[in-house]
Ligand binder design. Structure first.
Ligand code: XLS
Ligand code: CA
Ligand code: CA
Length: 440
């Protein structure tokens, strides 16, 4: 046991004063015909939870994550047991990892792969013991100095080859552990100055790497989803995967849009100048909604703070999109989030997950209410109702012409300017958020 002073976290309801209890997340409660736990599919991020120690640009770590291990490999063995204890205590059903989160990097690729081979069976047996599943795996092709100018978009073919080798192994591990997804997040896939960059070549190469990964994954029996995770900046100035729309154009150009869906992160959406809901909607409207990295940024800071999500407005509108999508298939809600540097105890890690899980549970309750009441959806439907008859229907059916529309307008005259009623709708959402609390 690594977290002796923490019991299994229980649902105690809205009036509980116990910080180590859920107030809204009641795993078995039925909402819109399914258990909360089935809707929410919470996942633990291995990197933040088991590895990140609070190190930042100005200071060392503030929490020790060696879990009593002495040698490098021992530390990673302990991490596995600690991870599963934490997930069991929180009632989390899934986890996500990068290859380098679960085993230490050795001096050579061979040594690194051997390290992975020592740890993967331990993870596998813990998965078997607990029933916890792998939501997705990925390769960390951004941390090592070899990737300083990119991995799949590196100017050096040797670096490209190294990344390909690393991704091959990461896909194998994902398949071995029954992972439901495999993510590409292009940490260093972008550039800082066009003066030294052949953007077209870099993007062609990246697409080829992704194609090889899909073909290899399918050839070894991977039936889950491949995801690409958009992010507009940080670490490079111009990230190629800026936002969902940019990624879509890239996937379509290279004929990869049938193979990839989106892994959408809240904090990345806001960095791109979009709302989280906007990115989810673009994905949903284009049939590429996949999985979610559930977190939030700080609106006063311009970087990727990966905070645990506590903003009920954002979790509500996220769950609205998820419900409208018909729920997740292979995806889920991965808490790509870390406790703040000054929240430096393991109790803080538990409290952070509880905060995030409760915020999403509440969001689910409110979103279901918004949808079942139908007032907001009806408003939007009415706003576009002129397309259901007359000239509007002709436009919707693509059965008209500029000449006919000219004729129509000459006789119809000036259109009425209909109010968009933004403030009314914002107040309506507030009303749902507040009244859901009263009903608990
Ligand atoms: C970093 C990304 C990363 C991906 C996985 O900003 O969010 O953590 O989710 O590589
Ligand atoms: Ca992420
Ligand atoms: Ca992030």
């Amino acid at each position: 046991m690594y977290f002796n002073n923490i019991e299994k976290i229980k649902f105690e309801g809205v009036n509980s004063k116990n910080p180590l209890a859920f107030k809204y997340y009641d795993a078995d409660r039925i909402i819109a015909g399914k258990k909360m736990s089935e809707h929410l599919k919470f996942a633990m991020s291995y990197w933040h939870t088991m590895c990140a120690d609070g190190t930042d640009m100005f200071g060392r770590g503030t929490i020790n994550k060696s879990f009593g291990g002495k040698t490098a490999i021992e530390i990673y063995e302990h991490k596995v047991y600690a991870a599963f204890e934490l997930m069991e205590k929180l009632g989390m059903q899934y986890f996500c990892f990068h290859d380098r989160d679960i085993a230490p990097e050795g001096a050579t690729l061979k040594e690194t792969n051997e390290n992975l081979e020592r740890i993967v069976p331990i993870i596998k047996s813990e998965m078997k013991r607990t029933g916890i599943k792998l939501l997705w795996g990925t390769a960390n092709c951004f941390n090592h100095p070899r990737y300083m100018c990119g991995a799949g978009t590196a100017p050096s073919a040797d670096v490209f080859a190294y990344a390909a080798a690393q991704i091959k192994k990461a896909i194998e591990i994902t398949v071995e552990l029954g992972g439901q997804g495999y993510v590409f997040w292009g940490g260093r896939e972008g550039y800082d100055t066009i003066l030294n960059t052949d953007m077209a070549k870099e993007q062609d190469n990246m697409a080829y790497l992704m194609r090889m990964a899909v073909d290899y994954g399918r050839s070894i029996g991977f039936t889950g989803d491949f995801y690409i995770e958009p992010k507009p900046k940080e670490p490079t100035k111009h990230q190629y995967d800026f936002d969902v729309s940019t990624v879509l154009a890239f996937l379509r150009k290279y004929d990869l849009d049938k193979d990839f869906k989106m892994n959408i992160e809240a904090n990345h959406a806001t960095l791109a100048g979009h709302t989280f809901q906007h990115e989810l909607r673009v994905a949903r409207d284009n049939g590429v909604f996949g999985s979610i990295d559930a977190n939030q940024g700080d609106m006063l800071l311009g970087w990727d703070t990966d905070q645990f999500p506590t903003d009920l407005y954002s979790t509500t509108m996220c769950m609205y999109e998820v419900l409208k999508q018909g729920g997740f298939t292979n995806g889920g809600l991965n808490f790509d989030a870390k406790a703040r540097r000054a929240s430096n105890t393991y109790e803080d890690v538990f409290l952070s997950y509880i905060a995030g899980m409760d915020a999403f549970a509440y969001g689910l309750i409110v979103a279901d209410k918004i949808i079942s009441d139908g007032v907001m959806d009806k408003f939007v439907e009415n706003r576009y109702s002129s397309y259901t008859e007359g000239i509007g229907k002709k436009i919707a059916d693509k059965q008209t012409s500029l000449a006919e529309l000219e004729q129509y307008t000459l006789t119809n005259g000036e259109p009425t300017a209909e109010s968009g009623k933004q403030e009314y709708l914002e107040a309506l959402v507030n009303q749902y958020i507040i009244s859901a609390g009263r009903e608990l």
